[in-house]
Design a protein around this ligand. Structure first.
Ligand code: FES
Length: 103
């Protein structure tokens, strides 16, 4: 995750620092729904070593930030907290170019 922390925010379409998305680098908790039209990105793929959406070619980095392709926003990083070392409670809110959906 050192590479993601070093990214210049001015280069990002949806500027967000990695530290604002990842509490514990051992766990990256993001919603696997492309913010373009809602397909499921493939993990450990794409030009930035993160996620690749095969539907229309969006590339996300390992922090889930959009780096290339038509998706307008980063993959959603929900509010979450660790209640125990390996127990996470997350609140989901899906952002996309189409609508907002709250769970
Ligand atoms: S739905 Fe992912 S790039 Fe279009």
């Amino acid at each position: 995750m050192a590479a993601e922390e070093a990214v210049n925010l001015a280069e990002l379409r949806d500027p967000q620092h990695d530290k604002d998305r990842v509490i514990n680098p051992r766990w990256v908790i993001i919603l696997g729904v492309c913010t373009h039209l809602g397909c499921v990105p493939i993990a450990d793929a794409g030009d930035f070593g993160g996620y690749y959406c095969p539907c229309h070619g969006s590339h996300y980095d390992a922090s889930g930030r959009i780096r290339k392709g038509p998706a307008p926003l980063n993959l959603e990083a929900p509010f979450y907290e660790f209640t125990e070392e390996d127990v996470v409670i997350a609140e989901l809110c899906l952002r996309s170019s189409l609508e907002y959906v709250f769970f």
